[in-house]
Each structure stands twice: as C-alpha cells, then as structure tokens.
Write a protein that binds this ligand. Structure first.
Ligand SMILES: Cc1cc2nc3c(=O)[nH]c(=O)nc-3n(C[C@H](O)[C@H](O)[C@H](O)COP(=O)(O)OP(=O)(O)OC[C@H]3O[C@@H](n4cnc5c(N)ncnc54)[C@H](O)[C@@H]3O)c2cc1C
Ligand code: FES
Length: 250
C-alpha cells in the first residue's frame, strides 16, 4: 500500500554527464516495476511531484536513477546528502514473474532504471537472465557494468557504433528469441517497446512493457496519464500500469 514519507538522502552520485543515482533511507518496500512520486521542492513550485521507477530497494533503502531533463529533475540534482525528500509510494503495477525457459530484459537508455531491480530479483530467485541494453552511444549505456556483472548473458548495442553491436538493440532481441519459450520485459522509448512487442507477438512469446506518461496525481484520480490500449479504451499508466502486458497496449 502506498504511503507518504520523508526519506533522507544517504547518497547522491553523478553517474554520467546528466544522470544521477539517488539513495534514500527509509522503509518503503516496492516490487520491481513499481515507481514513486518525489517532491523536488519544499514549496508549491513546481507543484507536481515527479515519478521515478524504483531502481533498487532493500529493507531500509530506496534507490532511484534519473536523467536531468527539465526544471524538476534539475532541482533534484541540486539536493545534498542529509536533506529530506517527501516520497509517495510504492505506486503502480510490478513486472509479473512468469516461468519460461528464457528470460530476456530489454533496456533502452534511461529505461534501464527499473530493470536493475528486476534483474537483481530474478537472479536472487535463481533464474537465468539475458540482459540486452541499447542506447544512442556508449555514454548513454548508464552503469553498463552492473548489468554485465549480474546477467547470465549480456549484449549491448549503440546507434553510433561506439560500443557493442552497431545498430538497434531490437536486432539483438530478434537473434536471442526462442519461439514460444521466452518471456520479455522491456523499458525504454516507445518505438523500441513497440518493436519488442511485435517480435514477441511474431514468436508467440510473453512480453511486458513499462510505459511512461506525463503524470499529475499518480494515484488514478486526475486521468492526466491515460493512454489508449489495443482495444481503443483508455487506461491509466499510474494505476493500471506502468507495467502492462504488451498485447494489451500495442
Ligand atoms: C512511471 C514513470 C517512471 C519513470 N521513471 C523514471 C526513471 O526511473 N528515471 C528517469 O530519469 N525518468 C523517469 N521517468 C520520467 C521522469 O518522471 C521525467 O523525466 C521527469 O518527471 C521530468 O521532470 P522535469 O521537471 O525535469 O521535466 P519537465 O520540466 O516537467 O519537462 C521537461 C521536458 O520533458 C518532457 N517530459 C516530462 N515528463 C515526461 C514523461 N513522463 N514522459 C515524456 N516526456 C516527459 C516534457 O514534456 C518537457 O518537454 C518516469 C516517468 C514515469 C511516468
Ligand atoms: S496521474 Fe492522475 S490518473 Fe494517473
């Protein structure tokens, strides 16, 4: 059940030119795929909290990985160790764990954020996991070593060819799929998610995607985050998602 709490910044590290890893102290238990809403200011400006996926979670810490994009994340980047942040969570749906011969996680850029906690949980449960990571360039394969170390199989692709396969990560997915016996979990840009969903459908594999949307309340009340599903009905990314079976939304 979601709760509002003050969490202390235990660690705030810059991990690339515009990405930060933020470790907060407090008891907020979340499942892989869920997210939290963070107040980036103590005033009403900006008014809305900002949503971030759970990057990692333990009994008394919560870690987020975020890219500085606009005003809110810019303010967050200025927060120092010892300061307190108001956090609401855990929110939204988690990645369901399915039994399959093959588990493939597909990350695009900062979309790797929720997949670290999923990868860790699957490995702790003794599952074999392939992690495929794509980005525009090597610099955007954020914290690539931590995925490489944990995964049983690891592949990476960059659009500029600066690291791994020169091309799209979906080209690696196509090679790795095992018809009908694979489950895919993906988070990243919408075009990547659509391509992964199509590959899953063509190969009769299960596939779950984590969607992003502009959010306001984060708890299902304002309808600010709705997207049309495959049947043309509106679903709320904050409570019906962010994790959806791919066939439901594409
Ligand atoms: C469920 C969920 C989980 C998320 N997890 C992460 C995460 O783990 N790490 C991370 O870096 N980011 C994550 N995001 C995105 C993050 O919430 C936004 O980047 C952040 O709210 C931007 O705030 P800002 O004030 O800096 O930008 P703003 O000043 O509000 O906006 C800057 C620009 O970014 C666009 N933008 C802002 N938010 C979104 C959005 N949600 N989708 C598409 N475009 C947007 C705006 O239209 C504008 O052009 C997540 C979003 C959702 C919905
Ligand atoms: S953000 Fe308000 S309904 Fe989803």
């Amino acid at each position: 059940m979601a709760k509002k709490m003050l969490m202390e910044i235990l660690k705030h590290e810059k991990v690339s030119s515009n990405v930060f890893r933020l470790t907060l102290g407090g008891k907020l238990t979340a499942q892989p795929g869920q997210f939290v809403q963070v107040a980036v200011s103590k005033t009403y400006d900006p008014f809305l909290k900002r949503p971030f996926s759970v990057h990692d979670c333990s009994a008394d810490t919560l870690t987020l990985l975020y890219r500085v994009l606009g005003r809110g994340t810019g303010l967050l980047a200025g927060k120092r160790t010892g300061e307190q942040l108001e956090v609401v969570g855990p929110l939204g749906t988690a990645f369901p764990v399915e039994t399959a011969d093959r588990i493939i996680l597909v990350a695009g850029g900062i979309g790797s954020a929720p997949l670290f906690y999923l990868l860790k949980s699957l490995r702790a449960a003794g599952k074999k996991v392939t992690f495929l990571y794509g980005a525009r360039s090597k610099e955007e394969l954020i914290l690539r070593e931590q995925y490489q170390m944990l995964a049983d199989e690891y592949g990476e692709a960059t659009e500029d060819g600066s690291c791994g396969h020169h091309g799209l990560v979906t080209e690696l997915v196509a090679d790795a799929l095992d018809k009908g016996r694979t489950v895919l979990y993906a988070c990243g840009p919408e075009a990547m998610l659509r391509a992964v969903a199509e590959l899953a459908k063509a190969n009769n594999c299960s596939c779950y995607v984590s969607l992003e949307a502009h959010m306001a309340c984060g708890v299902g009340a304002c309808l600010g985050c709705v997207v049309a599903n495959a049947q043309g009905e509106y679903v709320r990314v904050c409570v019906d998602g962010p994790v959806f079976p791919a066939r439901e939304v594409f």
